[in-house]
Design a binder for this molecule. Structure first.
Ligand code: NAD
Length: 467
């Protein structure tokens, strides 16, 4: 099927298309329209026109629009989940497509109910000072291929709720679910408030450099995030950057391996490890190292991996050829560096980019699998004997998205957790994001936060009114 762009509330056919591939089978799922720079200009102009009235709508109106969007996504939930599984690979079941659509709805509902009332900073005989929050203008949104529908909602909904309009560009690897999502959203919004353009990476560069865009919200790799930041300079665009992570988890000597194994496993392997805030390096105390390794191997052995459309699959393939090659390369390098493969370690027979859950013991900082973001179904497990040294190793990385500490004593765990250099830290769980908890990276994992009132503020500029 050939999809259309959606600009100013209207389906816009393209002249050229790119095939979108199902990573489970290699089959073509649909054809992504290639937007031209004229299409991009039209989308930005439509959003700028729509901004004039959307930004003046009442708060109650905009909250009601978010509720209507949540209803519309819910009504089309299964259809969206099917498209998502076909293009992304993640299973319908488990923590897969249906879970992702459910998350998109939950975030939409929560964000719709947030408010940014005027703050009175001073009110006395010397005068009154009020802090107002105003929408910024046209927001450009660029999303990655790992959680395309949920991340699109993380960008679109707070932007709208605060009174902005949007031009979104999804990843060329998973564009179809976003094209359909925006079509569904447009059923309940005035034309031009949300527009979608699709194309290759150059279209992303053109969007982030476009002078009509007032703010960029970008989720993707650190490398691309730096380019987006550079292209914001000319017009001093506002930026939210949610970038790559290399989250460390630290298991303290008093943890119970069998009690924590499920949380450790899903912290690392949700969406096959293709999750920004997945557990990507696990540091385990020497006294329970072998037991934790064995518990993880046993747990991994029960997980059915297969075509995402098969209702029995709990994990699917790696999403694309490049990522598949990267995972293979990192595992080979780990093996060559003396890593002990506890399970997995060789690609599964094709078709599709299937790679088994892979656990690698006996590595340390200084090997690629530990130092780099693997973004796939492989976890290095590192032995430590001194907690301060483990924390130093966890922090010895340019990324700073998430982290976790695992212990039978939550207060002790919190004591160490606070020493980790990252934007979110979890105790006895990992990556458990929620719509009321600000989420973002420190160091090279990003700038700014998403979610909750703090996230909503990022889609506004402040105006101080003094009288
Ligand atoms: P990517 O950086 O390759 O691509 C992300 C998006 O940027 C895509 O839409 C792509 O087309 C676009 N793009 C590519 N070049 C561009 C350019 N020069 N200018 C503007 N846009 C451009 O990332 P990916 O491989 O799709 O996603 C995986 C990465 O995203 C991982 O590093 C992961 O950790 C990160 N991620 C972070 C978060 C977070 O919240 N921090 C969430 C999900 C993914």
């Amino acid at each position: 099927m050939r999809y259309n762009l959606l600009i100013d509330g209207t389906q816009v056919p393209a002249d050229r298309f790119i095939d979108v591939i199902n990573p489970s089978s290699g089959e073509v799922v649909g054809h992504m329209p290639l937007a031209t720079t004229d299409d991009l200009d039209r989308a930005v102009a439509a959003a700028a026109q729509a901004f004039k009235s959307w930004s003046k709508r009442s708060d109650a109106d905009r909250a009601a629009a978010c509720r209507a969007i949540a209803e519309a996504i819910t009504a089309h939930g299964e259809e969206l989940a099917q498209i998502l599984t076909r293009e992304q690979g993640k299973p319908l079941n488990g923590l897969g497509s249906r879970f992702e659509i459910g998350g998109a709805v939950a975030w939409t509902r929560h964000t719709g109910e947030l408010a940014l009332p005027v703050e009175v900073l001073q009110d006395n005989e010397e005068g009154r000072v009020e802090l107002h929050r105003k929408p910024i203008g046209v927001v450009g949104s660029i999303t990655p291929w790992n959680w395309p529908v949920m991340i699109a909602c993380w960008h679109i909904i707070p932007a709208l709720r605060a009174g902005n309009t949007v031009v979104i560009k999804p990843s060329p690897l998973t564009p179809l679910s976003t094209l359909r999502l925006v079509e569904i959203i447009n059923q309940v919004l005035p034309p031009g408030v949300v527009n979608v353009v699709t194309g290759d990476n150059e279209l992303g560069a053109a969007l982030s450099a476009h002078p009509g865009i007032a703010k960029m919200t970008f989720t993707g790799s650190t490398e691309t995030g730096k380019k987006v930041m550079a292209s914001a300079v000319a017009t001093l665009k506002r930026l939210t950057l949610e970038l790559g992570g290399n989250d460390a988890g630290i298991v303290l000597p008093d943890a119970d391996p069998r009690a924590i194994v499920e949380g450790l496993f899903w912290g690392a392997f949700i969406n096959n490890g293709q999750t920004c805030a997945a557990l990507k390096r696990l540091y385990v105390h020497d006294s329970l190292y072998d037991e934790v390794c064995q518990a993880l191997v046993d747990y991994a052995g029960q997980i059915p991996i297969g075509d995402g459309l098969d209702e029995g699959s709990i994990l699917g393939p790696v999403q694309n050829a490049m990522q598949f090659a990267k995972v293979r390369e990192l595992v080979e390098d780990a093996r060559a560096q003396g890593g002990r493969i506890l399970t997995g370690g060789e690609p599964m027979p094709g078709p599709g980019y299937f790679y088994p859950i892979t656990l690698v013991a006996d590595l340390d900082n200084g090997t690629r699998l530990v130092d780099e973001e693997q973004f796939g179904p492989v976890l290095p497990i590192i032995r430590y004997s001194d907690i301060d040294e483990a924390i130093a190793k966890a922090n010895d990385n340019p990324a700073g998205l998430g982290g976790s500490v695992w212990s039978s004593d939550p207060e002790k765990a919190k004591h160490y957790a606070k020493q980790l250099e990252c934007g979110s830290v979890w105790i006895n769980k990992h990556g458990a994001i929620q719509p009321n908890a600000p989420f973002g990276g420190v160091k090279q994992s990003g700038i700014g936060v998403e979610f909750g009132v703090e996230g909503l503020k990022e889609f506004t500029v402040s105006q101080t009114v003094l009288s």
